[in-house]
Design a protein around this ligand. Structure first.
Ligand SMILES: [Zn+2]
Length: 158
């Protein structure tokens, strides 16, 4: 069940014909494929300029299933015990224009590790997380310095 149709201020209706004059700032009109197999059609939807999703190749059953996604970035944690990374954090800008939750309709940042539900952060929450990750990075460098000196026979304070 979806309540997306009951929520006000849903994005502009889709059209099979481009209507460029009514586009909001930062939006563009792009083709998208939607429909059940055998009934897939190409429509035009408003898509934010930061979105890198190909809405034609990534066809959806219903327009309500279309989400916008920016370029993904990630950091992997390698291990000296193997060739594959043990952990990976990825992130990207995201929006779900048909969500009943206004926060999900607005551009936000998605962060995940492939192991469970993705975290969705407001820009302010993302800045706070970035500050913590930067501090974590500085602690990693300090730990590396201690380990390097210890392996060379010296000692260092953390
Ligand atoms: Zn898009």
């Amino acid at each position: 069940m979806t309540v997306a149709h009951e929520v006000p201020a849903i994005p502009a209706p889709v059209s099979s014909e481009p209507l460029v004059a009514s586009l909001a700032s930062g939006m563009r009109l792009v083709p998208a494929r939607v429909g059940r197999p055998g009934h897939v059609q190409t429509i035009h939807i408003e898509c934010p300029t930061w979105c890198t999703q190909n809405h034609v190749e990534d066809w959806q059953y219903d327009i309500e299933d279309i989400e916008h996604a920016g370029a993904s970035f990630s950091v992997q944690v390698p291990t000296m015990a193997g060739d594959e990374a043990l952990y990976e954090w990825y992130g990207r800008v995201s929006s779900d224009p048909w969500s009943s939750d206004l926060r999900m309709r607005e551009a936000h940042v998605l962060v995940g590790d492939c192991s469970r539900e993705d975290a969705r952060l407001t820009p302010d929450m993302t800045d706070e997380l970035a500050d913590k990750v930067i501090a974590y990075g500085l602690q990693l460098r300090a730990a590396a310095r201690v380990a390097r000196q210890a392996s060379q026979g010296g000692t260092a304070a953390v």
